[in-house]
Design a protein around this ligand. Structure first.
Ligand SMILES: Cc1cc2nc3c(=O)[nH]c(=O)nc-3n(C[C@H](O)[C@H](O)[C@H](O)COP(=O)(O)O)c2cc1C
Length: 356
């Protein structure tokens, strides 16, 4: 139904431009979530409420383990709608300390034959303070809201720590967890923050602020998660995991988009050469392998949010089998539609029954 009817309409909303279609869809969702009857109808169609789906991970309780990945709703404009679509949590952002326009358009490209996207958005966002303001003005969300923070483009790498800490301070009161994005390929130099020395300094500073704010707000420190790139080598990943363990990181989000172009054989060559991060079907296997690697390397003790190329209930089950405690969707939602979280949750329940 979605692929035959709704997807062609949504894809055409932007007159052929993927980002305009995305913006209009977000706008529609935002409008929809303002109408109580529409919101309730959507919720009835898409949400599965079942205690067996709920889980507590890094101290946060999730009604189900299927989340919306960062970047889909950077400024949280359609926030209430995501819970009505059956997601068990939402990660807003990535936001930066300073508002910024991102890279020039076009910067988002669809490769439908490969169920993939290439993007070089470059953290277009209204800034951390604007997101904090929006979150403060909303009713508390019915599902946990994680906040992803990154570095402002104009901030030089040597001042990155101040930039992250400034965003962290304003968003602290509104986040169930904070994702530290050091893996987007679209901000020059950002991925260098995954290197052990940079990451050590960044995490140490963020945890200092975390302890201080936890006391001020009488809620204790927030879970800090690190989002990693799928392009890391094993030695680099091992070092990163050691640094994360040394700094009480609560979990790893694996993975961000890839700069590799594997899995695009036969795709339009003009699109394949577009600069940016690749997501979707070509990332499925790599993301799962990375999750499995992290799970083994940490003896299953560090919670992992598995993300990358989850387009079906089967992909989701395999991601859990690889060691993910929670999963997130982005490109799969674009190609397979809003019932994907429901289908995955349904499969999780059937799988449990089969296993019992
Ligand atoms: C258009 C677009 C924008 C994205 N923006 C962000 C972002 O701001 N922060 C982030 O951590 N990840 C961002 N991502 C990466 C996704 O959160 C996700 O990690 C990645 O796309 C792999 O999952 P998928 O294959 O399900 O899309 C973005 C992805 C896309 C396609």
């Amino acid at each position: 139904m979605y692929r035959v009817l709704l997807r062609p309409i949504l894809f055409r909303l932007g007159g052929g431009d993927a980002e305009t279609a995305h913006e209009r869809t977000l706008h529609l969702l935002a409008l929809l979530s303002r109408s109580r009857p529409l919101y309730r109808t959507l919720e009835l169609l898409t949400t599965i409420r079942d205690q067996r789906l709920s889980r507590t991970v890094f101290g946060v309780q999730f009604p189900n383990p299927v989340g919306l990945a960062a970047g889909m709703d950077k400024d949280g404009v359609a926030l209430p709608a995501w819970a009505a679509l059956g997601f068990g949590f939402v990660e807003v952002g990535t936001v930066t300390h300073l508002p910024q326009p991102g890279n020039p358009r076009p910067r988002l490209f669809r490769l439908p034959t490969h169920e993939a996207l290439i993007n070089r958005m470059g953290f277009n966002n209204a800034g951390a303070a604007a997101l904090a303001h929006r979150l403060a003005s909303l009713q508390p969300a019915p599902v946990p809201v994680g906040v992803s923070i990154g570095k402002s483009k104009v901030t030089p790498l040597e001042h990155a720590i101040d930039d992250y800490c400034a965003s962290f301070r304003v968003l602290f009161p509104y986040a169930a967890y904070v994702a530290i994005n050091v893996s987007s390929p679209n901000t020059p130099g950002l991925r260098q923050l995954q290197d052990a020395d940079h990451l050590r300094a960044l995490l140490a500073a963020l945890q200092r602020v975390n302890t201080e704010l936890g006391r001020t707000h009488s809620r204790g420190p927030l879970p800090l998660l690190v989002k990693i790139a799928p392009d890391l080598s094993e030695p680099a990943l091992d070092e990163l995991l050691t640094v994360c363990a040394d700094h009480a990181v609560a979990g790893i989000i694996a993975t961000n988009t890839t700069i590799s172009r594997h899995g695009l054989a036969g795709a339009d060559p003009a699109l394949v050469v577009e600069t940016g991060g690749l997501s979707g079907r070509p990332l499925t296997l790599r993301a799962r392998q990375l999750v499995q690697y992290v799970a083994r390397a940490t003896g299953g003790r560090l919670p992992i949010i598995g993300v990358g190329g989850i387009h079906s209930p089967d992909d989701a089950l395999r991601m859990f089998e690889a060691g993910a405690a929670l999963i997130q969707l982005y490109t799969g939602l674009v190609y397979h539609g809003p019932l994907l979280p429901r289908r995955i949750n349904h499969a999780l329940l059937s799988y449990r029954k089969g296993a019992a």
